[in-house]
Design a protein around this ligand. Sequence first.
Ligand code: ATP
Ligand code: LTN
Length: 333
Amino acid sequence: METKKTIFSGIQPTAVFTLGNFLGAIKNWGALQDSFDCVYSIVDMHAITVRQDAAKLREQTLKSYALTMACGIDPEKSALFIQSHNPHHAEMNWILSCNTQFGELSRMTQFKDKSEKHPDDINAGLFTYPVLMAGDILLYQADLVPIGIDQKQHLELARNVAERFNFRYGDFFTVPEPYIGETGAKIMSLQDPTKKMSKSDDNPNASVYILDDRNSIINKFKRAVTDSETEVRFDAEKKPGISNLMTIFSACTGKSFDEIEKTFSGHGYGDFKSAVGETVADCLKPIQDKYNSFIKDRDYLKNCYTEGLKKAMKISGKTLSKAYRKVGFVDKP
Ligand code: ATP
Ligand code: LTN
């Protein structure tokens, strides 16, 4: 029997997921579950690289778990767990930190962006964040990592760390490949289409959150910043706003850019924006319904993340003990 390849990915429980998180990452997580062994995590340890309110983080982590299930991750098929529950992540982080260079971490653009955004808290964890992420992936010997394009640089670092470890200690880690979907790999802000849509944007009109109600979704699209022309046409450079809306529409309906241009030829932006808003609201409705039922049943959620943890630790435990041997630690008594 052919063994399935392994997938790992994670999402931070910093806020309700955005349409960007869904179309760029989680939608693909769900689609991969039947053909791969999938391990997915709510990465709360990554979230504390930026100051969080403890009570809110705890609640948001459970909400994120329920939301991930509502987006189609089946905890029976995949190992879905909360990162801080598995101590192997912190342990692997140390081993890999000793195999990562200061220089390569200094080149990470997310570190530069986040330290500009939080100048009063440029902590060591924010700097070494990509090492923790490399450990997440390498602990499960993942072949593929479904991510949005913004995480490509971090994945490249994880590959370099894996290759360096393999070179020093003998072939051990699977060197992971990014899995970036064709449409939706980078959904842009509705208020500034040159910036990515982000969970932690201060402007509520910039991001569509998966749990936004129908009217807010439609209104956010009506207010989306576009250019001063009237023609619905894809041109990412000259018409970034309209092109972003076309990307979203295409990702939700499966329609090609050509088809969209034909359908809306002569209609102007108003009609198109309303159509995108309605379509996104329709697409999110079943997710919202499922979320509302999962979040009410805390016992069921607990049962799911306990089982997910068991599955995850079985794999990560094996990798960690082998890595400890490789670097020369004495076997645990
Ligand atoms: P934050 O604003 O808290 O930094 P975020 O919105 O960037 O968060 P993450 O938890 O860092 O979200 O990312 C989860 C996944 O969603 C990653 O795979 C990331 O690449 C993807 N992703 C995030 N934003 C977008 C986007 N605008 N378009 C496509 N994919 C995205
Ligand atoms: N850094 C990612 C979240 C993340 C992740 C991972 C993604 C943490 N660990 C492992 C893929 C694989 C982010 O901010 N989007």
